[in-house]
Design a binder for this molecule. Structure first.
Ligand code: FES
Length: 159
């Protein structure tokens, strides 16, 4: 159950973009930016308010890859699994991240909600392979050692 502040925030976004069917995507973008995911209850709430059916809102939200219904960690780490990164041992980057954070293909977010690890097919920086991003900041030419250093630093920043 979401607390009231989520709905108040959604009301703000609706006021910003207008109570109109066309506002659906910009409102969802704001929700995603604010919470790093779209709580399903909030999507239903917004849909009702701007006169879009829930089914339509869900089909739009699932169509766009950037929208997520799963709550993510404060740091979203994307590891490239595209060809250029793969041949430069990108899988070792992912393995080290999983090991450092206790994650796996079946568990993508740490229990403390600090880290989410995802794989993507190309980050558009193939010349810098292997690449990962942390909240969209590119980390080029990664090695398992650099992964450990990066995680250590992020944890220190949180301590
Ligand atoms: S294949 Fe990794 S950035 Fe393109």
């Amino acid at each position: 159950m979401l607390d009231r502040s989520y709905f108040d925030k959604a009301d703000e976004f609706i006021a910003d973009h207008g109570k109109d069917k066309k506002s659906l995507i910009p409102i969802m973008q704001d929700i995603q930016a604010q919470y790093r995911y779209i709580p399903p209850e909030l999507l239903s709430y917004v849909a009702k308010k701007i006169g879009v059916t829930e089914a339509k809102a869900y089909s739009v939200a699932t169509f766009y890859e950037n929208f997520s219904f799963d709550q993510k960690g404060k740091y979203v780490i994307k590891v490239c699994d595209g060809t250029a990164c793969h041949v430069r041992k990108g899988t070792l980057i992912l393995e080290r991240l999983y090991k450092e954070l206790g994650l796996s293909d079946g568990k993508k977010t740490t229990d403390d909600m600090l880290f989410t690890v995802e794989t993507v097919s190309c980050l558009g920086a193939c010349g810098l392979a292997p690449v990962m991003t942390v909240n969209d900041v590119v980390h080029p030419s990664m090695t398992p050692e650099k992964v450990s250093e990066t995680i250590k630093k992020l944890k220190e920043d949180e301590a």
